[in-house]
Design a protein. Sequence first.
Length: 360
Amino acid sequence: MTNKFLTFILCSAVFSFTSCSSDDSPIEPIKVVIEGASISPEVGGPNEPNQVYIDLSTNTTNAVKRDSWDLGFYAGSEYRVTLNGSLYMAAGQLSETDIDVVISTSAEVQELQPKVAVGTFDAANTTYVDSPDGTITATAIAEISATDANNKVYLLNLGDEIGTETPATGSVDISDDSRGWKKIRILKSGNDYVLQYADLDATTHKEITISKSATHSFTFFSFNTESEVIVAPEKTKWDLNFTVFTNEISGYGSYGYSDYVTNNTKAEVKVYMIDTDVDAFTYDSFSLLDVNNTNFTNDQRSIGSSWRNGGGPGSLPSLKENVFYIVKDTDGNLYKLKFLALTNADGERGHPEFVYSLLQ
């Protein structure tokens, strides 16, 4: 079979491809793009123990325990460290640069501890969490300086354990006891990060060098294993992440959300919402010609919790029937996406389902 004939077969298939050639030159590796599917991310039920990464173009999912990591060391040009917001972690800068002299009884630590937390209902406490929109230059931990004297010790709230109780039907139990505190200091060594860490009252510390990744957006570190851990797929191999999330409520500071969906803005994944009560579109009829590129933003919360009704006194959260989303994935493919379920057949939370289709 000639290359030319093989190319004709591949280009006529029901899938889409990144490139095809009609001459007799060697065929480049071809990436198959899935035209659509229905997915039920394994979030794990009403304790929502998992973060689930999804790549739309290959219809693949990757679930990881959300307590498997604590810090993410950014691989881009900036030297930034992110917190695991799915556990409600927070960090506050201290005036000290010597990690070994910081103890829990110091006045500065005692003053900060009540503030360095999620859900204090203080508008100012967003200082102690990463910017919810995903802006890498707005992390709770300041940019790591090449000058050691500029890198302060941080008081680190490790957030909450994953919930273990079985809640009432339709409710969630996503957080449990406090995971405690650490003190950390992060330095630069050449192109690497150097993490110093210890328990709050320790008078000595441990240290690990962490290199920037060439394939992932972050190199992740766990205090439980005291080592680097694999969490997210490679930076261009996921589009959406189902997770518990630290967001903010205007005027009330940081706040924890369940049933949350973020998009991979570090790899240029963009999303916007269509409200069928306002916009003259339906999911079934929406086509590539209807896409409005000016609606895309750089906010990783473009889906967020907007696919569900929040509930309130006397009512449980529920699926929104009147919205769907347009997603531009890491390869620039355009999809429409609609949620089908928030719960399973028994009404138990933590069982989302959605369908998506390639726009062409």
